[in-house]
Design a protein around this ligand. Structure first.
Ligand SMILES: [Zn+2]
Ligand SMILES: [Zn+2]
Length: 277
């Protein structure tokens, strides 16, 4: 059912360790026809931008031997005031969030022009943390606030010109809604789906939800059904292993739930040439 993987981290991500050579060989062994390397570019500071530059150089070199490798990037919403502070000072240190009653605006680490100039061909845009309030005000137990903020970010990502694929929708590091996906209002998913469709975006089926111990069986089935609903609305679904530290084959585990939700071979999408930059 799954023949390509559009979300893989190499050793050029701060939290990952797979050399590109290993990724390419594993992809060949797994029979994948295309793999996308999407290292993290979280902030517009020297650290993340130099990681991105190394990722770009590494992938361009590896592509000579492995032409099925595609250069992407993973972007994450950050606070606009922090982006502005880094743009001015070059560093994250010393940033003091402004005091305001409204949620902070959202920004991503690089412009589309900057990414394209580097040769990046697509971006995964994905939520990882709250950016509506300063760090001290983010509580992992405040589920309602998280849902509201994820909705805001994902709607924003679904409309931003840099985002090719909405990455791991409703991922949460502590899995605070991984018991029952029904705590996410269906209307939110329909809004996100409408925006994705309107803007010609893809949505990702990320292996995380199907192997993390935080997700219940019930959640996994609900999540696969959520992806199926979007697919049936005409939103193409791509697969992402989101491999960081090893590159095992999670497809068997994932496909079990996808098949139960109605997916068959041929349903999963490749990024079309017209959608690559
Ligand atoms: Zn991610
Ligand atoms: Zn990732």
């Amino acid at each position: 059912m799954i023949h390509s993987d559009w979300h893989i981290h190499s050793e050029y991500s701060y939290d990952a360790s797979n050399p590109l050579e290993t990724i390419a060989q594993n992809a060949q062994a797994q029979g994948l026809c295309r793999v996308g390397i999407t290292d993290h570019a979280n902030f517009n500071d020297e650290k993340f931008l130099s990681d991105l530059h190394r990722s770009v150089a590494g992938v361009k070199e590896a592509q000579k031997k492995y032409p099925f490798m595609v250069l992407g990037v993973e972007l994450t919403p950050i606070e606009k005031p922090e982006f502005d502070y880094i743009a001015k000072t070059g560093v994250r240190e010393g940033y003091v969030p402004p005091v305001q009653d409204t949620p902070f605006d959202i920004e991503l680490a690089a412009s589309k022009e900057e990414l394209m100039a580097l040769g990046v061909r697509y971006a995964i845009g994905a939520s990882h943390w709250r950016v509506d309030v300063p760090k001290e005000q983010r509580s992992t137990t405040d589920r309602e606030a998280y849902i509201k903020e994820w909705y805001r970010q994902q709607m924003w990502l679904a409309c931003d010109e840099r985002v090719t694929i909405l990455g791991h929708p409703w991922y949460h590091g502590k899995g605070i809604w991984y018991e029952d996906f029904a705590v996410i209002p269906h209307s939110m998913n329909m809004d996100i789906a409408a925006a994705l469709k309107e803007n010609g975006k893809y949505v990702e089926c990320n292996s995380h939800f199907f192997h993390t111990a935080m997700a219940t069986e019930k959640f996994r089935h609900q999540y696969a059904e959520f992806l199926r609903e979007l697919f049936e609305m005409g939103i193409p679904v791509t697969y992402g292993s989101d491999a960081h530290k090893s590159y095992g084959d999670a497809r068997g585990q994932v496909e079990k739930y996808l098949a139960a939700a109605g997916f068959v071979d041929g349903d999963f999408a490749e990024l079309a040439e017209k959608d690559l930059w």
